[in-house]
Design a protein around this ligand. Structure first.
Ligand code: DAH
Length: 346
């Protein structure tokens, strides 16, 4: 039978326990929980004061059960403290993560997409048109040898046409090359030879790329510019096929209101040779490039028998087409890398 002494103690333990519990519930941070925990564990805390009064209980049984009551209450208080501190740690960690995390979405969704350069755009459109006409794309090196840039194109060492090309030579990088035989290609025509050497006819290829000439930059010239070369080698290819392809290309690229014409001209690598112009709907003629039937010496240099196959070739500048299309007044504008200029053409 519990004595009055113990039942009174029971009420005090319960009062101390529930007071501790409501203190814990009222905390607002882990630091506060730690502070209250320290006070509750201290000698002067209500439960510990009760514990130190246990000795006054005479009856050993009653003392033991009162001790158990206090221990249980302390354990509950301890557990509540642990749980409360854990809750705050979780919350505090979450808010720390939230405050320290970087919002990367602004990098993932830039406010503006970039656009390709107008020369790249022109090159890609040209490729599309020629692919539509059944051509394949080929590329060659920008650093060339005298052989591919001149010799194989029917321009031997002493050929006067060489001087028209304002060539930039570079130091030979190997003992296999003599001085003045390694150069920056002055046109895309050397790729014709490389294609003939590696592909078997029938060949229907276009070869876009960067070319270099010793030129002072002005409104219409740059020392680095772009060309696209065309080459067809097949059986029974005639000048009529060349004229037909130039006309089909003109309409596909510029529009049906445009037409083309060929004017007799001279290039060492074609015979006969022509210059081709296109006519704007307003009647103006624009000079575009050169073309002609591939010279038998050039076919031979490419390893092709001119008695079995014939072909035609053409080549023209891309920069000028981009300049015309976008009404750029000074070609140098296209190469100053001024984003305000370049962004206009997206
Ligand atoms: N390679 C010549 C140049 O840069 C252009 C050219 C003319 C290319 C006639 C050709 C061609 O393929 O047949 O001036």
């Amino acid at each position: 039978m519990p004595s009055d002494e113990t039942s009174d103690l029971g009420a005090q333990v319960e009062a101390a326990r529930s007071a501790a519990m409501s203190l814990i519930t009222g905390t607002t941070s882990a630091a506060e929980v730690a502070k209250i925990g320290g006070e509750l564990a201290g000698k002067k805390s209500a439960l510990n004061t009760l514990r130190s009064g246990l000795g006054k209980i005479q009856d050993p049984e009653a003392r033991k059960s009162a001790g158990q009551l206090i221990n249980e209450a302390s354990q509950q208080v301890d557990a509540a403290l642990q749980q409360r501190i854990a809750e705050f740690l979780v919350l505090e960690r979450a808010s720390q993560v939230a405050s320290e995390s970087l919002d990367l979405t602004e990098f993932a969704t830039p406010s503006r997409r970039g656009n390709s350069h107008i020369v790249t755009q022109a090159m890609e459109r040209l490729e599309d048109v020629f692919i539509g006409l059944g051509f394949q794309i080929a590329e060659g090196p920008e650093v060339e040898t005298d052989f591919y840039n001149f010799e194989a194109l029917n321009m031997p060492r002493t050929h006067p046409a060489r001087s028209e090309f304002d060539t930039m030579f570079i130091e030979p990088f190997s003992k296999d090359h003599e001085p003045n035989t390694v150069l920056l290609r002055t046109h895309t025509s050397p790729v014709q030879i490389r294609v003939m050497q590696t592909w078997e006819p029938p060949i229907y290829a276009v070869m876009p790329g960067r070319v270099f000439r010793r030129d002072t930059p002005d409104a219409t010239h740059m020392p680095v510019f772009h060309q696209i070369e065309g080459l067809v080698v097949d059986r029974d290819i005639t000048f009529a096929h060349l004229a037909g392809i130039i006309e089909a290309f003109t309409k596909a690229f510029f529009g049906n209101e445009f037409t083309s014409r060929l004017r007799p001209s001279f290039f060492p690598f074609t015979e006969p040779s022509a210059e081709f112009d296109i006519k704007r709907p307003n009647g103006d003629w624009i000079e575009l490039g050169g073309c002609g039937m591939v010279h038998p010496n050039v076919l031979r240099a490419g390893g092709i028998d001119p008695d079995e196959f014939t072909g035609f070739a053409f080549g023209f500048g891309i920069d000028r087409m981009a300049k015309e299309r976008h009404n750029v007044e000074d070609i140098r504008e296209m190469y100053t890398n001024d984003l305000r200029f370049l962004r206009q053409f997206s």
